[in-house]
Design a protein around this ligand. Structure first.
Ligand SMILES: [Zn+2]
Length: 281
């Protein structure tokens, strides 16, 4: 299975983002999340106790005369500690994006059916706990993915180094090459922030539309020549589909890929459900 890093970097190679498509509010969340992630990545790279860790690990393996053992818990314990900051950053921003997606959808329906601002406030407050619980699940998965990738990569450098009888210094240099890349760090932070805010907004919009009985949806592309020809273009050409059905790409809703700029439009709102949820007679 591909890690989140691999998926994001692959997407970055093939897709270009268009900032203008996302709302100003979403842009603010993305840029604040980028800063938070960058801080986490910088902290991870700067405080990586590479030399000490390698010395300990190297001696341990030499003592055991065993070169191919599971990666040391010294490192995994350390990464677990660092991940607290990451969890906080992700939770804060993904929850904001979820509220934004829910709010945006409800505001659209309020405008469409002329329900007024009191109804809008009630609807915005009706975001179910289950949707927020999904945020926690998502964050846990992301943290696992990010930490696993780092651990696996550094673990490979160490085990290959031991096999090739490299010195501790040489292994440390290889790890530095892997971690000490500012551009990669920044790019990662940007890609994750954009993809995750996109995902959270879209997920909340989908749940919001279902909550008021919408039964159909339409995949809406930006319509320029950067739209993915494999995933998004054919989805957009499909026309309306039932809300619980997948589009031809297998996606139930946007994003079709990490940097997807498409949106989903929802139809067939049950006006009785909408009015009941909005507290309007
Ligand atoms: Zn798309």
């Amino acid at each position: 299975m591909k890690t989140i890093w691999t998926r994001l970097l692959e997407a970055a190679a093939g897709q270009i983002t268009d900032a203008s498509v996302l709302s100003d509010e979403a842009q603010k969340i993305i840029s604040s999340m980028e800063k938070g992630l960058k801080k986490w990545l910088d902290k991870l790279m700067e405080s990586f106790p590479m030399a000490q860790f390698l010395q300990v690990y190297y001696r341990k393996l030499r003592a055991q005369e065993q070169l191919d053992v599971e990666f040391s818990t010294v490192f995994t314990d350390w990464v677990d500690g660092e991940n607290e900051l990451l969890t906080t950053v992700l939770n804060e921003h993904i929850e904001k994006a979820t509220r934004l997606g829910w709010k945006g959808t409800m505001q659209e329906f309020v405008d469409q059916f002329g329900l007024g601002q009191d109804a809008a406030s009630t609807l915005v407050g009706a975001l179910p706990d289950s949707v927020l619980a999904d945020v926690e699940v998502r964050v846990a998965t992301l943290v696992d993915d990010l930490a696993d990738t780092t651990i696996t990569k550094i673990g490979n450098i160490v085990s290959n180094g031991l096999e090739a009888r490299l010195s501790v210094d040489e292994m440390a240099r290889q790890i530095l090459d892997f971690t000490d890349d500012d551009q990669l760090t920044l790019e990662r932070a940007q890609l994750i922030a954009r993809a995750e805010v996109n995902e959270a907004v879209s997920r909340a919009a989908f749940e919001g539309a279902k909550a008021v009985g919408a039964d159909e949806k339409d995949w809406n592309t930006v319509g320029d020549d950067r739209v993915s020809e494999i995933i998004c273009l054919p989805n957009g050409e499909q026309g309306r589909v039932k809300i619980d059905r997948a589009f031809q790409s297998g996606h139930t809703r946007t994003p079709g890929h990490p940097l997807c700029r498409c949106t989903v439009l929802y139809f067939g709102v049950d006006i009785k459900k909408l009015r009941a949820l909005a507290g309007v007679a």
